[in-house]
Design a protein. Structure first.
Length: 312
């Protein structure tokens, strides 16, 4: 104690200042405890341990048990998942009987699965290997699935892969159909003369299931409906003038092309959904390839068989 009963909170020894520990229960003591706890909570190691503990608890709730034991645990999380899947499939929650049936089916599958593993039935099974690989691929793709492409990403993808999004050439035309069993060269020539005088084309030729006017249709679709030879004539015909006659699998035709548009690449705004779908698919493929490349570095792969074209 100093003069007048004053408390000594610090001592100076050799020029160094030594702080006395705060009294237990004092405001300073509580403040230092709070700061210490806050520092601990900021530690990444603590975050890691808490996440690991959470996953351990979750696994205990969901996992049916060790495949090497005779113990099968069906936790509440597993039952809730069964009920949710049933509702998603049938549009209603399962009844008590149905839910019990789902649990019984799960237990039956788990028993048979474990017995199959104990007998080695999973060894060298291509179907099982493919299924496991599919599940592993899904795990590898999870990070990619959370990535949303920007407009810049999609524009770059569109620029690099225009062939996947180019709209084909389209053509608009009118045609007059003549039944080859009825029409003669003279009747076709008469129709051409009528057209020259301005007669309505719909009044000429013979009725058929083919449309008299075809609007903005791709040439491959024209070939599907009229035949390849006729589609080639449509592609080469002059615009705005009646020409022909041309033969097709459906008969004889007079043809007038009214418009023709070359193949074109739409702007991103018009095909954003399509481009995004292709971009996401490419990201999934890349994610799987990257994971496999990293994993393969850990394996010593020896191919003893003689493969065609293999170098020594």
């Amino acid at each position: 104690m100093g003069q007048g009963g004053a408390r000594i909170d610090a001592l100076s020894i050799g020029g160094a200042r030594l702080e006395q520990a705060p009294a237990r229960g004092s405001n300073r003591h509580r403040r230092e405890i709070f700061l210490s706890i806050r520092t601990i909570l900021r530690e990444p190691l603590l975050h890691f341990l808490l996440i690991g503990l959470g996953l351990f608890v979750l696994y205990g709730q969901v996992s049916p048990g060790d495949a090497n034991t005779k113990r099968i645990v069906v936790g509440q999380a597993r039952v809730d998942d069964m009920a949710a899947q049933y509702k998603a499939l049938w549009g209603r929650p399962p009844s008590a009987t149905e839910l019990n049936g789902l649990v019984d089916g799960f237990v039956r599958d788990e028993i048979v699965y474990r017995e199959g593993l104990s007998l080695g039935l999973d060894k060298d099974d291509a179907v099982i290997k493919r299924r496991v690989r599919q599940k592993y691929d899904l795990m590898a793709e999870e990070e990619t699935a959370r990535t949303t492409p920007t407009d810049a990403d999609l524009q770059a993808w569109l620029k690099a892969h225009p062939q996947s999004f180019v709209r084909p050439a389209v053509v608009s035309f009118d045609q007059i159909h003549f039944d080859p069993a009825i029409a003669t060269p003279a009747s076709v020539a008469a129709a051409q003369a009528e057209l020259a005088r301005g007669v309505d084309p719909a009044k000429l030729g013979q009725p058929s299931m083919l449309p008299g006017h075809v609007n903005a249709t791709a040439l491959d679709l024209v070939a599907r409906d009229f035949g390849e030879d006729f589609a080639q004539q449509v592609a080469a015909a002059p615009i705005g003038r009646w020409v022909g006659p041309f033969q097709s699998g459906m008969g004889v035709h007079l043809l007038r092309v009214s418009a023709r548009a070359a193949p074109q690449l739409p702007p991103l705004a018009d095909i954003r959904t399509e481009v995004a779908r292709e971009w996401e698919n490419d990201q999934r493929i890349r994610a799987r390839a990257d994971v496999l490349a990293r994993l393969r570095k850990d394996y010593d792969v020896i191919i003893e068989a003689k493969l065609p074209g293999a170098t020594k």
